[in-house]
Write a protein that binds this ligand. Structure first.
Ligand code: 9MJ
Length: 677
């Protein structure tokens, strides 16, 4: 039976629309219809295909998942080897690279290079025949890889059929499949909740997800891909430059990194490297360096390949952020609230240009999950400026004399009993303010940047001052004198004076900082700000009852209880009195600000703002009493949409949640007494 022409046409129209919107959403990050509208198109196509099963084609977007699980991956031979890249680690390596190329080409002209972020994922090859995706394969050893067609078909940013026209009959596209950092964290959080093994990093998570024999599992992992080159090209032509090819791939619906740039000469490559190094932390995917490629394809041809690496490309690697070393010992540190944290003492190892000899182990559950023993060879990871952590254990290298790690019964600082509250993973010292470690931490917190910001009062000095009996609590800081300080080891008159000056300067602060500095359990910066705005007066806060506290935005029964407990302690009240008597003061919170204007409202920020930073916008909304949340729901009061706002904006529109642009936000803030910048 032949299908009615209008049905075939309708199915084609739906597929085209779905493919186009998929590309807008996944590759260009700029959806033009809402999720609901997209779902509607998808449902229409599904029901049409259910009604007319002959309509179902292999490249229909409804066919991404559905294959039966495999028993093993089959091997494939790459028709053109998948190359690896030579590495450069320094400016000199880069200059050498340029010099070699110029010598080989016999030219003195400045060369054009394409600069690309080097994605730390899994290299794959996609084969399109007549525009249809027919095969996906891993790089393997470059000559032989594994057939992962079923799995790549589940990745929504990989088109099952190329868009537009003019593609070669056979086209092999290469690139890197990866998992976004945010997705990686979510996967691990879920694994942790289920008590499963965690992935060490996003690359392992991507590789593990791609190596699933059951593609339904791969489909759940939200993998994506950036394409960066072509392999086999038959029956058609491509643009004459690398940059042109990338643009062409994007036009055919493949995802290409928007941070690619064309530059002239090695010096500008270096500038690109520096720029990406500073942007690295803010990207939602891991990059381990940048790649430079000669832009002209004819020059690439002339330069050719050296065994396994092309002469026309080089990877400029960032300093490694992971490294193996040995766990020498585990010590137990006591935090401000008595929480006991196991800390790994490591054989010093250089990671990302920094020598690491300590790493956090978080808690004993984590030690158990890692299966860690003292003496083990461990993988240490350093990400940006966060504390390094042990992420994996190399059990094959466990020495015979490896020792197990046990939580002590008593606090290493004060000897008080360590208690494990039921239902909590964190063990705590029961010594309270008698524990010198807790005292040191609370003074250190008081002096920290977001609290009273006392310059020069670091961990070592606080420790020295407490150990010498010069201070016991934050208020004692203000009775320090030059002569007392000069009694300390290695304290020069200049440093002593600097500290006294910093202490004097810290006396003028804000009420929010002061509340935060007190170190009340569960009261972070944002809650402190809300408390300051709500009460406006420290005595009102000190006298508040549970009910009143819970009227403050963000304060629920647990936080209210913590605040009450803190102020019930005579010792804490005494310290506050002494601090105020020492001259700590602040200006009244600006009364023209309508601090309760948005109380009870939940706001969401999305897209790029031009005038305010995200954090500024968030703080300003919070100061009017709004909660700022990360996801849109029917309970969201308002969404602020900046440039390139994506799915959150679509969701808001779908749910009928009010949307403001940045100008409207600034107007609203001004109306409530808050200036824009
Ligand atoms: C990555 N990993 O992002 C290449 N790569 O080119 C980029 N890898 C590459 N290019 C030729 N951007 C071989 C490998």
């Amino acid at each position: 039976m032949s299908l009615p022409a209008e049905i075939v046409e309708q199915a084609m129209r739906l597929r085209d629309a779905i493919n186009r919107h998929n590309h807008q959403y996944h590759s260009l990050d700029s959806p033009i219809i809402s999720d609901a509208e997209f779902d509607q198109l998808f449902r229409e196509l599904k029901s049409l295909e259910a009604q007319y099963p002959e309509l179902v084609t292999d490249d229909s977007p409804t066919q991404r998942v559905g294959a039966t699980p495999l028993s093993a991956f089959s091997q494939i031979q790459h028709e053109m080897p998948m190359l690896s890249l030579e590495n450069a680690f320094s400016e000199a390596d880069l200059e050498d690279f340029e010099r070699r190329i110029k010598a080989r080409l016999g030219t003195v002209d400045t060369l054009e290079f394409v600069c690309e972020p080097k994605i730390d994922g899994v290299a794959v090859s996609l084969l399109y025949v007549d525009g249809q995706l027919v095969r996906g394969a891993t790089r393997g050893d470059g000559a032989t890889g594994e057939d992962i067609t079923q799995n790549v078909r589940t990745i929504e940013s990989i088109p099952l059929r190329l868009q537009g026209q003019g593609w070669p009959d056979r086209l092999e596209v290469r690139g890197e499949i990866y998992i976004a950092k945010s997705t990686f964290l979510a996967i691990n959080a879920e694994a942790q909740a289920r008590g499963e093994k965690l992935f060490a990093n996003p690359r392992n998570a991507a590789a593990g997800s791609l190596r699933q024999l059951d593609s339904r599992l791969t489909a759940k992992r939200k993998l994506t891909m950036y394409c960066y080159s072509v392999g086999l090209v038959e029956g058609g032509d491509l643009p004459p430059t690398q940059a042109g090819i990338l643009q062409q791939l994007q036009d055919w619906g493949l995802r290409v990194n928007p941070l690619v740039e064309v530059v002239k000469g090695a010096a500008m490559c270096r500038t690109y490297y520096e720029k990406m190094l500073t942007r690295r932390a803010e990207l939602n995917y891991e990059i381990d360096g940048v790649v430079f490629k000669v832009n002209s394809m004819s020059l690439q041809q002339r330069l050719g390949i050296l065994t396994r690496t092309p002469r026309w490309a080089i990877a400029h690697k960032f300093p490694a952020e992971e490294g193996y070393t040995r766990l020498v010992d585990v010590e137990f540190q006591v935090g401000r609230t008595g929480a006991i944290t196991p800390v790994a003492r490591l054989e010093p190892v250089k990671i990302g240009g920094v020598t690491i000899s300590n790493a956090t182990l978080h808690n004993m559950d984590e030690v158990g999950r890692l299966g860690l023993m003292i003496g083990d060879r461990v993988l240490v990871q350093r990400a940006g400026d966060v504390i390094p952590k042990v992420v994996a254990v190399d059990r094959s290298q466990r020495p015979l004399h490896a020792r197990s790690i046990t939580m002590p019964d008593h606090c290493p600082a004060c000897g008080a009993e360590i208690i494990l509250v039921e239902g909590e993973v964190i063990a705590r010292c029961s010594g309270g303010l008698f524990c010198s470690a807790q005292r040191k931490e609370s003074i250190r917190h008081f002096a920290s940047r977001l609290a009273l910001d006392i310059e020069g009062l670091g961990t070592k000095l606080v420790s020295q001052l407490v150990d010498e009996g010069l201070i016991e609590n934050p208020a004692d800081l203000y009775s320090l004198t030059e002569s007392k300080l000069l009694g300390l080891e290695r304290m020069a008159p200049k440093s002593a004076n600097n500290l006294l000056e910093a202490l004097e300067k810290s006396k003028l602060t804000t009420m929010a900082r002061f509340i935060y500095a007190l170190g009340i359990s569960e009261v972070g910066e944002s809650t402190a700000r809300n408390l300051a705005l709500f009460f406006g007066d420290i005595d009102a806060l000190r006298a508040a009852n549970n009910e009143l506290l819970q009227a403050v935005p963000d304060v629920g029964p647990i936080v209210a209880e913590k605040i009450l407990t803190f102020f019930h302690q005579q010792n804490n009240q005494k310290v506050i009195d002494e601090l105020l008597a020492a001259g700590i003061h602040w200006q009244a919170e600006t009364s023209s600000v309508d601090a309760a204007a948005l109380t009870g409202q939940s706001w969401v920020l999305t897209g790029t703002l031009k005038i305010l930073t995200r954090n500024e916008a968030k703080a300003k909304l919070q100061s009017l009493g709004a909660k700022v949340s990360g996801s849109v729901s029917k309970n969201t009061s308002c969404v602020v949409a900046g440039d390139a706002a994506g799915s959150k904006l679509a969701k808001a529109l779908e749910l009928g949640v009010p949307v403001l642009d940045e100008t409207a936000l600034l107007e609203m803030l001004a109306k409530h007494g808050i200036q824009g910048s």
